[in-house]
Unconditional design. Structure first.
Length: 191
């Protein structure tokens, strides 16, 4: 047994003894008044405080141990992510290559379900859209996709969103970009 555990057990026993002896003095003094009621209350209070301190110390110790395990796990995860990022950046360096390396397929077009224990492929390949993932990640970060970099379908979706939000300035810009894509000329040249 470690000395800390011995101290905790000893403190708990002493606290329980103080609590019981104080309770005995209180009950005995209520039955036969001897003038020891205050002493009984103080002794039982000290016992209760000692027991509570032991419980708090044990809870804090467990919390510190759990926090240490969490920090260790977090450090391992960060190390793995750093290694994956370094491998991906050494190959190509764009978000598509990072995602495809994380998902384990070099061309990044699909992933397969693999049993983690045996390493065998369990199912058919699942198609993924890396561009959609990249766009979703960019939206989460707060970056807006430039109108100039959108295709016709994306522009039409953005136009309907802008009209629904009553953002007519953005809708006008998107409409001009659609006219450029469809007609191939700049509408400002006609003015």
């Amino acid at each position: 047994m470690t000395s800390r555990l011995f101290i905790f057990i000893f403190s708990a026993i002493v606290g329980a003894g103080l609590l019981c002896s104080g309770a005995y003095l209180i009950i005995d003094n209520l039955i036969q008044p001897q003038g020891l009621l205050f002493e009984g209350i103080v002794i039982s209070g000290l016992g209760a405080i000692l027991i509570l301190m032991v419980m708090v110390a044990l809870s804090i110790g467990q919390t510190i141990m759990i926090f240490g395990n969490i920090l260790t796990s977090q450090a391992e995860i960060q190390k793995e992510m750093r290694e994956m990022s370094e491998r991906a950046s050494s190959r190509q360096g764009n978000i598509g290559s990072i995602l495809s390396n994380i998902m384990g397929n070099p061309d990044g077009s699909s992933i397969s379900i693999t049993d983690l224990q045996t390493g065998q492929t369990l199912g058919n390949e699942i198609p993924i859209d890396l561009q959609a993932i990249k766009d979703a990640m960019m939206r989460k970060v707060g970056k807006k996709t430039d109108i100039e970099n959108m295709n016709l379908e994306e522009l039409e979706r953005e136009l309907s969103k802008a009209v629904k939000k009553d953002d007519f300035e953005r809708a006008e810009k998107i409409n001009q970009a659609i006219k450029i894509l469809k007609g191939g000329n700049d509408p400002e040249e006609n003015n």
